[in-house]
Ligand binder design. Sequence first.
Ligand code: KG4
Ligand code: ZN
Length: 362
Amino acid sequence: MSPDLKPAHLPGLQAPIILAIETSCDETAVAILAAGRDLLASEIASQAAMHAEFGGVVPEVASRSHLTQLQPLIARALFTAGLRVDQIDAFAATSGPGLATSLMVGVSAAKGLAISLRKPFLAVNHLEGHLLSPFFGREIRPSVGLVVSGGHTLLIELEAPGRYRLLGQTQDDAAGEAFDKVGKLLGLPYPGGPQVDRFAREGDPARFDFPRSMIHSGDFKFSFSGLKTAVRYLLPKLFESRFGGVPLPQGVLEKEAPRELRDLCASFQEAVVEVLVAKTIAAARATGRGLVTVSGGVSCNSRLREKFAEVCARESVELLIAESQLSTDNAAMIAFVASEKLRRGESSALTEDIDPNLRLVA
Ligand code: KG4
Ligand code: ZN
């Protein structure tokens, strides 16, 4: 399909104008981006409250919610941008990795719009969305990128847009998953990451000595499941007599917020952060890249941001972290990748399917 990228009817706005859809997990999101830098709309409908009652994402609930949320969200994004749908130059959607039935909703909608309006369709890798999000609206430069989300923990060398080398990834749980599992053990509402971060701010990170798994492994692999197990074993010693079992009853610690809880959150968080920062800096040294990026939901973590800033300054490495709205799942990052692809003359075939296990690097 040859992209038709001349919106002559839109004075002041530069082509291409891309409408992107993100439905890979529990956020329904739609964004409209002009010229790869002007974000005209970024709408997000979070399902977190819906899944909180189950303590995690329920795929069936997620896909049904995407189905009902998506159309009104597209209408709202167009309204916010002040555009009609026929003024969009290309339609993009996340095609993987993620939940199959959720991915299908976004990809089918984007394909339908592309077919009916005879515009290009672009399938975007969710991980590429996260990886490039720190460069949103600016030039993409060679770097080492840490992607830390609820589903992934990856270290990637970015040579150029579209040219990536996998340096290492987690062997078991993702960093965000570890935060969420610990949150669940503590009876905190889903997702646990932001809650653990909140309690950790008032805690002592040196109180409990949790393992720094694989920190001296000499490679760029990660492991977080042992750390979660260490928390699992410590918890009964601290709280069982008071609350009668682990996982602790939902909400009980939130009301009491005892000193041990804050210290446990701070010590756990410190162990995760220390490993993430140490391996990323080692990767920058090993590859000779002078720029480090951090992206994905866990990059919102206050201690991670603080420690990266501190260590990068000491090591004279430049640091780029996307603002928080671009760090957790959103469609603006998907539109940004799509606009990069269009710039390189790429678009996707309408036969391109979703892939729940899509990889960033083959
Ligand atoms: O990128 P994202 O929105 O979705 C995935 O692609 O997974 O990341 C969500 C993850 C969740 O595990 C959530 O607990 C974590 O990011 N997260 C945090 C913080 N904010 C979000 N983890 C630690 N500290 C935070 N402040
Ligand atoms: Zn994500």
